[in-house]
Design a binder for this molecule. Structure first.
Ligand SMILES: Cc1cc2nc3c(=O)[nH]c(=O)nc-3n(C[C@H](O)[C@H](O)[C@H](O)COP(=O)(O)OP(=O)(O)OC[C@H]3O[C@@H](n4cnc5c(N)ncnc54)[C@H](O)[C@@H]3O)c2cc1C
Length: 414
């Protein structure tokens, strides 16, 4: 069986690795020219995502990934702050957490290495065609079409494949724009570094503004302390942050900016909304080249809305089907779990126990449930942020947050 994967992101590469290990004939096509050119934020992989990865990749690849990851269990609980940096409370203890954080660049480059020559870069797919025998064909912006028995769209949020299957877009904007960046911990002044600590946290303000500050340290908090296997691009304690704003003409215009200009505009946008300088130091000290803007898109949370097409020799997975905002840190994990689910089903076709149509149908049924679950999680935070952008929500946030901050200060004095 010849399989084509459109998209060599996290889900597509995980799938290709798993299929190669099962000796399927697989080719991956991605429009990017360089797999390392993929956004510098980090990805959280929970226990289920790691179990799926362990199934898909060779033990040596899994070890390289764990040796490059940072363990959540070694981190103090996450903090919740107000927009002036005052502590509102802490999240649950992470001591039992199986989750790990890994740079997206490291995860993608290690997976690409595992796929090897079956990954073809600089190849943009424009549509899915049909050969004379009705087998699927990937049609490229340049170069002849390639025929296959199964075509999988792992081409992310604005998927060409899923859009063609569904007859329209599979996700829509949530109304929130995100900006992400990286800041080396040692570039921040001592008082602010002490306030942030070696933990992740979220600062919230009224009118749908929020700043997530993630702490990543694959060396100090190594999951697997095997320095010779470490490939993390993060080599020292680093804050990887994500700022959130409601979509507006101003936030939209910021999407066209880069580097220093984007950082300056971002700081100005926070200041206009009354954010204190202390909370903003992590942005002010960021590596300007690391700052990027992106729109939060989301698919429906209802499982029956996902993959709304009859099962056949063209399918899709990951964000192409269940585009998930980063607010739950589960989108990449779900794409990897989709990949493991599809490999399991295709093995039953290879051993003659079932047909391709039945295998794809079973895979899609599981994926709908998985996608709906992660979307519910991610949309909880999105809806909460959206609520602060209503008159009532802004007033309530303005009233409740100072009370929480004061209660927390009193509690700590006792
Ligand atoms: C700031 C941020 C933080 C995040 N944090 C987390 C986290 O902590 N944990 C987590 O699990 N998830 C996280 N996510 C979500 C996660 O990145 C995505 O859910 C995940 O990458 C989806 O994987 P995918 O393979 O479906 O798509 P992608 O990884 O987006 O890959 C799609 C690929 O398809 C290629 N492509 C697109 N169109 C074409 C075409 N026409 N032809 C050829 N190639 C094409 C693209 O170049 C890309 O490489 C985060 C996302 C963001 C934006």
């Amino acid at each position: 069986m010849r399989i084509i994967i459109v998209g060599g992101g996290i889900g597509g590469l995980a799938l290709a690795t798993g299929l190669r290990r099962q000796e399927f004939d697989v080719q991956v096509f991605d429009r990017d020219l360089d797999v390392a050119n993929t956004g510098g934020y980090h990805i959280t992989l929970d226990g289920r995502a790691q179990a799926a990865l362990r199934e898909l990749v060779a033990p040596e690849i899994f070890e390289r990934l764990l040796a490059s990851a940072s363990a959540l269990r070694l981190r103090p609980p996450d903090a919740l702050w107000d927009r002036h940096g005052r502590l509102l409370g802490y999240g649950p203890h992470l001591g039992d957490s199986p989750s790990v954080d890994i740079d997206r660049i490291t995860l993608r480059t290690v997976l690409a290495d595992a796929v090897g020559a079956d990954l073809h870069l600089g190849r943009t797919v424009t549509e899915i065609g049909r050969a004379t025998d009705s087998a699927p064909m990937a049609v490229f912006a340049d170069g002849p079409p390639v025929r296959c028995d199964l075509l999988v769209g792992a081409d992310g949020t604005h998927s060409v494949v899923a859009r063609q299957l569904a007859g329209g877009p599979t996700s829509e904007p949530t109304g929130i724009i995100g900006f992400s960046g990286r800041t080396a911990a040692d570039s921040i002044g001592a008082p602010e570094r002490q306030r942030l600590g070696a933990r992740s946290g979220m600062a919230v303000g009224p009118r749908a503004t929020a700043l997530y500050v993630g702490f990543l340290d694959p060396v100090g908090n190594a999951v697997l302390d095997v320095p010779g296997r470490r490939e993390a691009i993060t080599t020292g304690p680093t804050y990887i942050w994500g700022a959130m704003f409601p979509e507006s003409a101003v936030s939209d215009s910021m999407r066209g900016l880069h580097g220093d200009a984007l950082r300056t505009a971002l700081l100005a946008a926070f200041r206009r909304r009354g954010w204190g300088e202390r909370s903003l130091e992590v942005i002010a000290r960021a590596d300007p080249d690391s700052i990027a803007a992106f729109r939060f898109n989301a698919a429906s949370t209802r499982s029956h809305d996902l993959a709304p097409w009859p099962a056949g020799p063209v399918t899709a997975l990951g964000d192409a089907v269940h585009a998930t905002p980063p607010t739950a840190g589960m989108g990449a994990g779900a794409a990897i779990r989709d990949a493991a689910g599809l490999v399991t089903q295709l093995r039953t076709v290879a051993d003659g126990t079932t047909t391709l149509a039945v295998a794809v149908s079973r895979f899609e049924a599981d994926m709908r449930l998985r996608g709906s679950e992660v979307l519910h999680q991610a949309m909880k935070t999105v809806r909460w942020i959206q609520l602060t952008d209503t008159g009532l929500g802004a007033a309530a946030t303005g009233a409740v947050i100072p009370v929480l901050a004061a209660a927390n200060r009193l509690g700590r004095r006792r």
